[in-house]
Design a protein around this ligand. Structure first.
Ligand code: XMP
Length: 520
């Protein structure tokens, strides 16, 4: 397995995902991890990430001594390369001009890391690679024992290597997709140079998790809140594979779910897989608690608290439960720890919409988080391996408060019923037109304003549905999807014709920022 030391780069998680894609397990730890912890991890190789600081400042971080004493291969990326070069006696200088964006890399001679990897052949038969650069400082002179294995026009020392020790430094970022051969370079490092077998596959992950869960849980019982989302679904399937009937899932239907969602969860888990699921119909309680409430944050708070209250009531009725399972995934762990806080272990922040932290004290449940080490794409592949339906695993994200934040202002049952049907029509048509996969999130919003319409001889004075569809990678920024007019026309007609009480449909053309993806 590979250890990734995080020097604060925005790309550190990407490095980890690329390594995992090579079938190799890795973990991210803070760059100031203790030597003892590094030795205990016993990595087959270490990757030093990039980072925002400058090696030419004296107070900036360096690789822990243990990394260079392990005898294992090391790959320094950007700041990681500079730190390594400085520590091993090379020279790093602040460069007159910062380099950001594409560069063409000329590979020199032969190195174990870059041999036979190229995008183009150069004039003298040398390999050329398109790479993504983002740096201010650069290595001016490699440390003793290293040679320059590649250069760009702006960085004569763009890659260094010592084939004997398996130590390398890259000034560019192999982890980003803008470096087309980056995946192969990382694979070369972790598989060939570090000698890691590519056995981190969904099948092995399942087998390994099942064994560990059985070992830890034994004959005891586990409770899990099932939400219909990907993470809790895969957690349920994995636990069920490991401990069968010792798992009880609680599914709280808050009346704010998508059309047929509760039914799909029960069909998949209870009927098809034979998972023990307690279905709690709590629609009336949620609607009552939300009556007259218009403020979005107040609605979120009410929905979140009531969920915890109901989950607690149900869990308290179960006999002899020792464990509370949660669908925490690796990005939650890494993000909540923060690089300065020392990634790996300390953090135990529970996602707000999964927050069941209000469990009665006397229950003293221990947490089980079987997906804690997995990225989202790995979670999905593990779900497929466990036989969960692909449409459940590849569904667009849905907020915890559900339709509660898609009915603007006060939530009423009649509004929720109309919105659910409008949303189902929109999603069905997106699938039919091949647009569902091309959008990251799409949904309908209920606007409690009325507008005038006319059908036949009759005048209508009814509510409005807004359609929202966005493309995004990280949900921090998003563009509205340019759905074809003919498609929007078709969806609009269906919604107005098929749903009583809706006389107008509009399409949201606001980007994020400044608008958020949800309307509330
Ligand atoms: P915004 O609206 O902030 O949404 O652009 C970004 C992403 O977060 C989701 N979202 C939520 N998820 N509880 C959740 O679990 C919430 O209260 C919540 N609010 C927004 C939203 O659906 C989008 O994917």
């Amino acid at each position: 397995r590979i250890l990734i030391l995080d020097f604060g780069s925005q790309y550190t998680q990407l490095i980890a995902r690329r390594v995992r894609e090579c079938g190799v397990y890795c973990e991210i730890r803070a760059c100031d991890s203790a030597d003892a912890a590094i030795r205990e991890f016993a990595p087959s190789g270490v990757i030093l990430s990039g980072g925002p600081e400058s090696v030419t400042d004296t107070e900036t971080p360096r690789a822990p001594a243990a990394v260079l004493e392990l005898g294992a291969p090391v790959l320094g990326i950007c700041y990681g390369m500079q730190a390594m070069a400085a520590q091993l006696g090379g020279r790093v200088e602040a460069s007159a001009h910062k380099e950001f964006g594409y560069a063409q890399l000329r590979v020199h001679g032969h190195s174990r890391l870059l041999r036979q990897i190229e995008d183009h052949a150069g004039a003298e038969g040398e390999a050329l690679l398109d790479v993504w650069m983002s740096h201010g400082d650069r290595v001016a002179e490699p440390p003793p024992g290293f040679r320059v294995i590649a250069a760009t026009d702006a960085a004569p020392v763009a890659a260094i290597g010592d084939d004997d020790r398996g130590w390398y430094g890259l000034q560019f970022h192999p982890e980003v997709t803008h470096t087309p051969q980056g995946g192969r370079i990382l694979e070369r490092f972790v598989r060939d140079i570090c000698g890691c077998p590519g056995d981190w596959t969904p099948g092995n992950i399942v087998e390994d998790s099942v064994a560990r869960l059985r070992e830890r849980i034994g004959e005891r019982r586990v409770v899990l809140g099932l939400s219909g989302g990907v993470d809790s679904a895969v957690t349920a399937a994995l636990l069920h594979r490991a401990i069968g009937d010792q798992l009880t899932c609680v599914f709280v239907d808050n009346g704010l779910l998508r059309l047929g969602e509760g039914e799909q969860v029960m069909a998949t888990f209870a009927r098809h897989m034979g998972v023990h699921v307690l279905y709690v119909d709590a629609e009336a309680r949620f609607l009552e608690a939300l009556a007259g409430v218009e403020d979005p944050e107040e609605k979120r708070r009410i929905i979140g608290n009531l969920f915890v209250e109901i989950f607690d009531e149900e869990a308290a009725k179960l006999e002899g439960v020792t464990f509370l399972a949660q669908g925490t995934i690796y990005p939650d762990v890494v993000e909540s720890a923060g690089s300065a806080g020392g990634v790996g272990g300390k953090a135990h922040v529970i996602k707000s919409h999964h927050n069941v932290g209000g469990l009665p004290e006397q229950m003293k449940l221990e947490l089980v988080e079987p997906l804690r080490e997995l990225f989202k794409d790995e979670v999905r592949r593990v779900g497929l391996e466990l036989g969960l339906p692909a449409d459940m695993l590849y569904r667009h994200p849905f907020p915890g408060p559900g339709l509660g934040v898609r009915i603007l202002g006060e939530v009423r049952k009649a509004y929720a019923d109309r919105l659910r049907r409008a949303d189902a029509i929109f999603i069905e048509e997106l699938h039919a037109a091949g647009w569902y996969e091309r959008t990251s999130q799409a949904f309908a919003v209920f606007l409690p304003v009325r507008s005038v319409g006319v059908t036949g001889d009759g005048r209508r004075y009814e509510h409005v549905i807004a359609l929202r569809a966005v493309e995004t990678v990280d949900f921090m920024t998003a563009r509205w999807a340019e759905l074809p007019y003919s498609f929007l026309d078709h969806v609009s007609r269906r919604i107005i014709n098929e749903i009583d009480g809706i006389s107008r449909v509009v399409y949201d053309i606001s980007g994020k920022p400044p608008a958020t993806i949800e309307w509330e």
